[in-house]
Ligand binder design. Structure first.
Ligand code: SF4
Ligand code: SF4
Length: 420
C-alpha cells in the first residue's frame, strides 16, 4: 500500500516512484522495494505551495471583438452568447482604462497579453493601439513589457496581421481541428460557404517564409476524430506538416448545450490518442529539446508545485469589450463571474480576487490526496473554467479529464525517467 500522494509505476525491470508532494522521482530496483517501505506507507506532514507574489499579472486576456466570422458548432463562447453583445468592438477609452486598471493593481505590469474575441483580428486597430499604449507605460515606468499573443481562427491572417505579429508577437495560437473534412465538419464560416481549413492552411503557407513568430495550434478532439480508429493521429500529423510549432490537444467539455456522446468511450479513446501522439513526438526529440517540450518537465525541474488549479482570477484575468473583468476568458459574458468593471476603476476586484485565491487544491480532499496534485495546473486537468462549464462549480474537477491527465503524466514521467 502506497500513500495516495505517491505513484508507483513499473519501469522495465525497476519501479519508478513519483512523490507528488515533493515532485521527486526515484528509480527503485524491484528487489529493493521493501527497503523503502516506511517512506511509501507512513503518512507525513504535507506540503502545499503559497500563492506567491501578485506584483505582476501573469496573463491579461483582452477581448477586442465580441463578434466572430465563424460559427463553430461546439463553441462554448457562442453558447454563452458572445455574439449577442450590443457592442461588437472594444473602444479606445475602454482599452486605456483596462490597461490603467491592470497597472494600478499589478505594480510590475503584465507577463503576457493575449488578444481574444470573438475573432480578435476583426479589430486589428485595437490590437495595435493596445500594444502602443502599453509600450508607453512600460517605458515611462521602466517595467519589462509583456509578451504578446493572440487566439485566432486564422482565417483573417493577411499582410497587415502578419507584419504586426512579426513585430511584436513571440507566438500565436490558431484553432484548427485536423484535415479538411474533420476540421470543416465543425468549424464553418458564419455567413458564407467555403472551407475554413483551406483558408487557414493557405494563410499559413503564404507567410511561412519570413515568419518570425511561432504557431501553436489548438486542436479540439471531436467525435469526428474518434469515429475512425486510425484517423486521429493522421490529423495530428497533418497539422504538424503545416509548419506549426506545437499542437495543443483539447478534449471536449460537456456543457448544457453540447453533450459528448458515450463519455466513457470518448475518454478511453482520447487517452489512446494522446498516447499515440506522445509516442510520435518521442521519436523526434532528443534530451535537450524534450526539456523545452513539456511544462511538466519545467515544473519538475524548478520544483514549483502550485496549490491552485490555475491562476484564473488573480494571476490571470480577462477584460471584455465592455470593460467587465472576469477571472479568465472561459467565464466571459457570465454575469455571475464579473469581478468589476474598468470603467468604474474595477471596484470590488480585490474582494472578488480572494475567492479565487482561496480555491486551492489542498482544500479539495480528493485532489490533496491525488499523486498528480503538484503538477496538475492549468493546461492539464486544472482548468476551473472547464470545471464550471461541465460541473457548474469552480472547485469540482472533471473526473474524466483527471483520468486523462493522470495517464498523460504517467506516460511522461516514465519517459523522463528513461531519458535520465
Ligand atoms: S484535478 Fe484530478 S488530476 Fe488534478 S489533482 Fe485533482 S484529482 Fe488529481
Ligand atoms: S486553466 Fe482554464 S480557467 Fe484557468 S486560466 Fe486557463 S483557461 Fe482559464
Amino acid at each position: 500500500m502506497v500513500n495516495d500522494y505517491m505513484k508507483l509505476m513499473e519501469l522495465n525491470d525497476d519501479f519508478l516512484l513519483f512523490d507528488g508532494d515533493l515532485l521527486k522521482m526515484y528509480k527503485i530496483p524491484k528487489d529493493k522495494l521493501h527497503e523503502v517501505h516506511d517512506y511509501l506507507e507512513n503518512p507525513r506532514e504535507r506540503h502545499f505551495a503559497e500563492v506567491g507574489s501578485l506584483d505582476r499579472l501573469g496573463r491579461l486576456t483582452l477581448c477586442v471583438s465580441s463578434v466572430c466570422n465563424l460559427a463553430c458548432k461546439y463553441c462554448y463562447e457562442s453558447q454563452q452568447n458572445f455574439c449577442e453583445h450590443k457592442q461588437a468592438f472594444i473602444s479606445v477609452e475602454t482599452i486605456q482604462k483596462a490597461i490603467n486598471f491592470v497597472f494600478s493593481q499589478y505594480c510590475e505590469g503584465i507577463g503576457c497579453v493575449q488578444f481574444f474575441g470573438g475573432e480578435p483580428l476583426l479589430n486589428i486597430k485595437a490590437i495595435r493601439y493596445t500594444i502602443e499604449y502599453i509600450s508607453e507605460i512600460c517605458l515611462k515606468r521602466s517595467i519589462k513589457p509583456p509578451a504578446y499573443t493572440i487566439v485566432t481562427n486564422g482565417t483573417l491572417i493577411n499582410e497587415e496581421a502578419h507584419n504586426l505579429f512579426n513585430q511584436y508577437f513571440g507566438r500565436i495560437t490558431i484553432s484548427l481541428d485536423g484535415r479538411k473534412e474533420i476540421n470543416d465538419a465543425n468549424r464553418v464560416f458564419a455567413k458564407h460557404a467555403g472551407s475554413v481549413y483551406e483558408n487557414v492552411s493557405a494563410n499559413l503557407t503564404k507567410f511561412a517564409k519570413d515568419r518570425k513568430y511561432l504557431i501553436d495550434v489548438q486542436m479540439t478532439i471531436t467525435e469526428c476524430h474518434l469515429q475512425n480508429v486510425n484517423s486521429d493521429i493522421i490529423d495530428y500529423l497533418h497539422i504538424k506538416k503545416l509548419g506549426v510549432t506545437s499542437v495543443h490537444i483539447t478534449p471536449l467539455i460537456n456543457t448544457k448545450d453540447y453533450q459528448v456522446a458515450e463519455r466513457e468511450k470518448y475518454t478511453s479513446r482520447i487517452i489512446e490518442y494522446f498516447r499515440k501522439c506522445y509516442e510520435h513526438e518521442m521519436q523526434y526529440i532528443d534530451k535537450t529539446n524534450y526539456y523545452k517540450l513539456l511544462s511538466l518537465v519545467r515544473i519538475l525541474k524548478e520544483k514549483t508545485p502550485s496549490d491552485h488549479y490555475c491562476g484564473a482570477g488573480f494571476k490571470d484575468i480577462s477584460i471584455d469589450v465592455l470593460g467587465d473583468i472576469y477571472p479568465c476568458f472561459m467565464f466571459n459574458d457570465n454575469p455571475a463571474f464579473v469581478m468589476g468593471n474598468v470603467l468604474s476603476d474595477g471596484k470590488d476586484f480585490v474582494a472578488n480576487r480572494d475567492t479565487y485565491i482561496s480555491n486551492t487544491i489542498s482544500r479539495n480532499q480528493k485532489c490533496a490526496n491525488c499523486w498528480a496534485h503538484g503538477i496538475c495546473s492549468s493546461g492539464h486537468s486544472g482548468c476551473i473554467g472547464a470545471y464550471y462549464l461541465e460541473n457548474g462549480r469552480i472547485d469540482r474537477p472533471i473526473e474524466h479529464n483527471c483520468a486523462l491527465t493522470k495517464s498523460v503524466f504517467e506516460n511522461a514521467l516514465c519517459k523522463i525517467a528513461q531519458l535520465t
